[in-house]
Design a protein around this ligand. Structure first.
Ligand code: PEP
Ligand code: MN
Length: 292
């Protein structure tokens, strides 16, 4: 196993750089691959709230032909009084719903000590606030499991790529980068979606890059246009929040797409993707069977 050594981050030495693997890295999840020709949509609620809620979301996500179900169970909330997530039972509810619908699952891990609760999770999310939690990154670097690494709200592109470097340096190259908006002076949106960072990250690294337009904007009406923009800019996929009854959501309802909005987005993506030489990953019975 490669160790992180002093000096290894010298220019040209870094493992995440595009020169290391000009053809790009593909990250395989059950039934789907990130970083290939096909654009992958990962969707679901901000948080797993109940069995009925995640079931309704999973049914919508599967119906629209998406690949991956999202849903947080361990939630990093700004306020300690806000809903903190269901924890390990929430991961189980997510996995049960994902399995019923032939979807892979992505959910956030905040603490390596909780990893036993994440067996069966296809993609382990490191949240924006934990992008520089080096202890967590080192622990995940020793796994051979795909990791979704969100960009910190105030992280430069280079800091983001160096955080990814921690995963690669420990021996885990199954890394997907996720741009989710950065903190700027603008208050009209929750964050500012930095699509230049998506293009830069794609040029500078061989890792797949996806976009989270939900946390980037905080506003449902902006999510579809910016999803299309992300596809046009060369992103490899989306992580998008969807809720069957957003008015009742315990977390981030204002930015959640309704199931019909997801249907509209999935209908509009192919034309944009075709213009940039890509296509949209869509479920087939065989792909669904692989994810079960
Ligand atoms: C999330 O995706 O659930 C989340 C908390 O996002 P971020 O870490 O980007 O704020
Ligand atoms: Mn959220």
């Amino acid at each position: 196993m490669q160790q992180i050594q002093q000096g290894q981050f010298a220019a040209g030495q870094r493992l995440a750089l595009r020169e290391r693997r000009p053809q790009g890295t593909r990250v395989a999840l059950p039934g789907v691959e990130l970083g290939g020709r096909s654009f992958v949509v990962m969707a679901g609620p901000c948080a797993v709230e109940s069995a009925a809620q995640i079931e309704a979301a999973a049914a919508a996500v599967a119906r629209e032909g998406c690949a991956v179900l999202r849903g947080g169970a361990f939630k990093p909330r700004t306020s300690p009084y806000a809903f903190q997530g269901l924890g390990a039972p929430g991961v189980q509810l997510l996995l049960d719903a994902a399995r019923r619908h032939g979807l892979a699952a992505v959910t956030e891990v905040m603490d390596a000590a909780e990893l036993p609760a994440f067996d069966g999770v296809a993609l382990l999310q490191v949240g924006a606030r934990n992008m520089q939690n080096f202890t967590l990154l080192k622990a995940l670097s020793h796994l051979r499991r795909p990791v979704l690494l969100k960009r910190g709200p105030s992280a430069t592109v280079d800091e983001w790529l160096l955080a990814a470097e921690y995963l690669l340096a420990g021996g885990n190259d199954q890394v997907v980068l996720c741009e989710r908006g950065i903190r700027t002076f603008e208050t009209a949106t929750r964050n500012t979606l930095d699509l230049s960072a998506v293009v830069l990250a794609k040029q500078r690294t061989h890792l797949p890059v996806v976009v989270d337009p939900s946390h980037a904007t905080g506003r449902r009406e902006l999510v579809t246009p910016l999803s299309l923009a992300a596809a046009a800019a060369g992103a490899d996929g989306l992580l998008v929040e969807v809720h069957a009854s957003p008015d009742e959501a315990l977390c981030d309802g204002a930015q959640a797409l309704l199931p019909e909005d997801l249907a509209d987005l999935m209908a509009r993506l192919p034309a944009v993707l075709e213009a940039v030489g890509r296509d949209l990953w869509r479920a087939t019975p065989r792909r669904r069977a692989l994810a079960r």
